[in-house]
Each structure stands twice: as C-alpha cells, then as structure tokens.
Design a protein around this ligand. Sequence first.
Ligand SMILES: C[C@H](N)C(=O)N[C@@H](CCCCN)C(=O)O
Length: 450
Amino acid sequence: MTEKIQKKLSDSKGARWAALAVVAFTMLCGYFLTDVMSPLKPMLESELLWSSTDYGIFTSAYGWFNVFLLMLIFGGMILDKMGVRFTGFNACLLMLVGCGIKYYAISDYFAMDGLIILGMKAQVAIAAFGYAIFGVGVEIAGITVSKIIVKWFKGKELALAMGLEMATARIGTMLAMSVSVPFAKYFNSVSAPILLCFIMLCIGLIAFIVYIFMDRKLDASLTDADKDAEEPFRVKDIFLIITNKGFWLIALLCVLFYSAVFPFLKYATDLMVNKYAVDPELAGIIPSLLPLGTLFLTPFFGNLYDRKGKGATIMIIGACMLIGVHLLFALPLLNQWWFATIIMIILGVAFSLVPSAMWPSVPKIIPENQLGTAYALIFWVQNWGLMGVPALIGWVLDRYCKLEGDGPAYDYTLPMIIFTGFGVLALVVALMLKAEDKKKGYGLEKPNIK
Ligand SMILES: C[C@H](N)C(=O)N[C@@H](CCCCN)C(=O)O
C-alpha cells in the first residue's frame, strides 16, 4: 500500500508565488495613497494656500495614531491572536475610510474654509485626520503581509519574496510620484489623484479577499504536526521581544534609515524644483526613479541574501551609500537635473540594499509566533521617525530656509544635512548589529535557503 504524504499548499511553488502576488498588489494600492500628495506640495501651496508647516503637519499625521494611540502595537497583538485574515481585511477597510476622509478634505465638497481646529487650518486638520486613519490601516496591512510572507516562504525564498513584495509596493510610490501632478492638472483638481487612490484601494481590498480564500486553503493543508508546532502567542512574549538586544538594533536601524528615505521623498519633488530648477510639472519624475531602481534591485539583493547570506554586511553598505547621497544633495555643487538624477538612482540602490536584508533578518532573531508583534514594534519605533521627521523638515524650511525674491523659495542645505545625520547614525547601528550577530549567532551572515 502506498502511503500518501500530505503536502502543505505552501510547498507548491505556483501557490506561494500567487499568494505573494495578490497581497503585494494590495500593498501597491496602499503605497500609492501614502505618497500621492508629495508631488502636489507646490500645488497645495499655490492653490489651497498651504505653507510648508501645514504640509509637514499633514504628512506627519501618518504616524499620529500609530505612535500615540499605540495602534500599531495593538494591531500586532491582534495579528498574532486573531490571524492574518481578520487583521488584513480590517486594515484594508481602515485604509479606505482614511482615504475617503482625506479626499473630502481636499475636494471641492469641503466647506469649512476659515475654520481652525486644534490650531490647524480645518482643511489641513481633516486631511491629516484621514491620513492618520489611513496610516494605521496601511501599517497594519504591512505587518500582516510580512507575516503572510513568512508563513508561505520560511525556509524557502524568504528574502526574495519580501524583496518582490517591496518592489511591487514601490510601483505604487512610483505611480504616485509620476502621475499625481499630470492627473491633477488634467482634471484641474488637486483632489483627483486621491479619488483615483480610493478606486485603487477598493481593488486592493478585493485582492485581499481573494487572498483570504488562499489562506484558508493553506491552513486546511497543514498537518496536525504543523499545527502543534505553532505555539500560541502570549502577552508576556512582548517582554521576550523587548529584552532582545538584536531586536532593538534592527528597530533602531529601521527608524534611522527610513527617516532618511521616506520623509526625504515627501520633499524630494520640492527639492528638485528649488535646488535643481526643474519644471514643477516634471519634477516628480526624478524622485520617481528611486522606487524604479528598487523595483529590480530589492528582489535582486533579496535573492543574493537567500543564497549567499551576508545580511549584516548588505545593511552596512546600504547605510554608507545613504550618507554619500544625502551629502551630495546638501553640497552646493552641480545644481543640474542630470546630477540629481544620478544621485537619486544611487539612493535607489541604497534603498534596495538595507530593506532587502533587514526585514528577512527579523525571523532569524524572533520566533514565528511573536513575529506579528515584533514587526509591529519595529514599525512603531519607525513611525516616530515617519511622523516626526517630515514635521521637523517642514518647520526647518519655514524657519531657516526661506529665500526672498523671484528665485527658489527654499534653500535645502540644512534639511539635507539633517538627512545625512540620520544616515551616519544608521551606519553606527548597522555596525553594532553585525557585532551582535557575531556574538549571538543569529545567522544574519548565513543564507536563508536551507
Ligand atoms: C512604511 C512601512 N512601515 C515600512 O517599513 N515598509 C517597508 C516594508 C516592510 C515590509 C517588509 N516585508 C518598506 O520598505 O516599504
């Protein structure tokens, strides 16, 4: 009699890559809205009379609820307790609600002109409130998708899969950077690109519902032994996570590195206009090259990490490149669009190196049943930067960098020096992480494929 060996659904290559494609698409839709306003900064200033500080407040709202109301941490605990299907679906709903509120605030339907809410212009406050709700949704969706990828790819092409997920999400950023202004101009409305995002988020929700069916099938294919091996999450596990030095080094590297990239992207279009004299209508194209480069390179470096290891070294190289690029943006040399384009592409390489090695390194430090909470805690620390740095840069621009006359509105030297500082600190932490790996034997320099 032949004994049938039960295979998990994730053992099927087709099934696991299909699952990845579906959830990565949901993230693409989320990333589109995340960055859709960045190229619109000059239009917000000229048409809705926002200042750089208004824009900075609005942008920082992304992290308000995640940071102060601990929504991300609760989200991570819900994820580990209730599972990926429940958490992911509700995260998609939150993204939609947040996007709807943001659209209302920016659209012509908005009728509270002249009102002040908590010291902010009503329009800025309500758009920021919507963006804050969206921020909770997209961040919880991010940790959910990370856990989904570990569920399907652990012991297989984990870093490649994470790299491909990030690459797909970056298409959303790229679209935001390149189509927002032409779209807004075509419809003669700053809010038109946000409506487009709303439609995309509806499609993203449908994609996640498709994933829910795949996840059910995966669970049904698990043997009793697989299920027994899954230890339940206990609240006291949080203590185990936060007393782990490796965890803190990853979290610190994450906040420092990402503070020098995502908040930079929010101002990159404006930098192109002010420092490199690029036409505002085309200025979003140069920053959009950053996600374009990461599209190919994040999976490439992820695959390299899967097969050859060297995760900690990859993070160190990425941090060094980040410092070089921001320094070149800060220095008063070669204020030409082509030079900005070249260094933006190099930033894309740095922005592929660090994430491709950092995120797949977390499961080497933290057990799988605590992963949702661990990713959530890392995102929470990171959100302090995503929230604080844009507000800081907006304030610095208004206070110290305003220029008089008909030329550029701002001098970007000081903001770029601040971004360089984050890069230097990220490098120090990356070096400490490599030393800790040597001491504790996490295996960050070892390949992921067993
Ligand atoms: C902004 C968000 N918190 C974030 O850090 N996103 C990362 C991807 C993290 C998920 C990895 N599986 C990014 O680089 O976009």
